[in-house]
Design a protein around this ligand. Structure first.
Ligand SMILES: [Zn+2]
Length: 114
């Protein structure tokens, strides 16, 4: 992963830098194997991955991990098509709702302890 990062994580199929394309993301292992790849085989841009699996990516294909959350939370970090495939603002709303819920829980449990 680190060595790929250094070289701009070139797409295995079109050889463009996925970093420059703002398409660094993680998809579920089942998607990666559908594309005929193992976890550490390299990177694919959104377009080339979709060509390999024969359909557009959907929000369910992206596990909730740091890199994916960053793509949603920090404006301009992901390309427009990646942001779109990850559910864009709909997903952002879900994430914010979950965070509010967690904070609410913490506040309530702290209030109980006092
Ligand atoms: Zn590509």
């Amino acid at each position: 992963m680190v060595t790929h990062e250094r070289r701009g994580s070139p797409c295995l199929d079109c050889h463009k830098s996925t970093t420059r394309m703002k398409e660094n993301y993680i998809v579920a292992d089942r998607i990666w194997s559908e594309a005929g790849l193992g976890r550490t085989d390299g990177c694919l841009c959104v377009g080339c991955l979709e060509r390999r699996i024969g359909r557009a990516l959907i929000p369910d294909d992206f596990p909730i991990v740091g890199l994916n959350l960053s793509n949603i939370l920090y404006q301009g970090l992901a390309s427009e098509r990646l942001f779109d495939r990850m559910g864009g603002r709909a997903t952002l709303g879900t994430v914010m709702y979950a965070i509010t819920d967690i904070v609410d829980c913490i506040v309530k449990s702290e209030a109980k302890e006092e």
